[in-house]
Design a protein around this ligand. Structure first.
Ligand SMILES: *[C@@H]1O[C@H](CO)[C@@H](O)[C@H](O)[C@H]1NC(C)=O
Length: 200
């Protein structure tokens, strides 16, 4: 049963993948980032598969949100992200910033290598700031309203998306999963990030 749901979830996620690429040309600035295909579930870099709660939360939220549109899928992804962060206690009680001490302790316990820890920690620091700065963005505000209906807040998803993007862009080459899907994601992001103020 669990297996089937997982498989089903993966197929659905794969199905939505290639869509946003065509519409990206006329997006301005941060919209190119916010409208980027979700990378949260891609795990294109060996370094970044450290959040074990993620799969459980995917299953939990898949049952709660039966998405049929891109927007509903985004709601599902952001609730999954918050659920994951709630489980790991990386989030401060205000739900708008990370507990960086916990992030560090968490990375120390999950990753075996000092250089990996340092790289990922810097990414979390950067993404904490970046996600906070996106909260006032118009399209994030409208996303926030949609999330409210499910008791979810956009901040954890913004962090997680930023961490995934950063790991796709800055993954040590040997650790990058050289699959078609990951290459598409990397090329999109490289192109997109040249329009965005934030440089991962
Ligand atoms: C995460 O925890 C907060 C605070 O307890 C709660 O309000 C919120 O609904 C939780 N989010 C998810 C997605 O479970």
């Amino acid at each position: 049963m669990l297996w089937l749901q997982l498989l089903c979830g993966l197929l659905l996620l794969n199905g939505v993948w290639n869509k946003p690429a065509a519409q990206k040309e006329d997006d301005d600035e941060e919209d190119c980032e916010i409208n980027a295909p979700d990378t949260m579930h891609d795990f294109c870099c060996d370094l970044h598969d450290e959040l074990s709660q993620f799969v459980e939360c995917q299953i939990e939220w898949h049952e709660k949100i039966h998405y049929t549109t891109d927007k509903e899928e985004q709601t599902y992804m952001f609730c999954t992200a918050e659920c994951t962060f709630n489980g790991t206690e990386l989030l401060k009680p205000n739900r708008k910033s990370l507990n960086l001490k916990r992030v560090q302790a968490h990375l120390e316990s999950e990753l075996a290598d000092d250089a990996d820890e340092a790289l990922l920690y810097e990414t979390y620091v950067k993404c904490d700031k970046h996600a906070t700065s996106l909260l006032s963005h118009k399209s994030v505000k409208s996303l926030s309203k949609r999330l409210d209906a499910y008791g979810c807040h956009p901040y954890p998803g913004l962090v997680m998306e930023c961490v995934s993007n950063d790991m796709i862009l800055n993954c040590p080459p040997k650790r990058f999963h050289d699959t078609a899907q990951c290459r598409v994601a990397r090329d999109y992001l490289r192109n997109c990030m040249t329009h965005v103020k934030y440089k991962p």
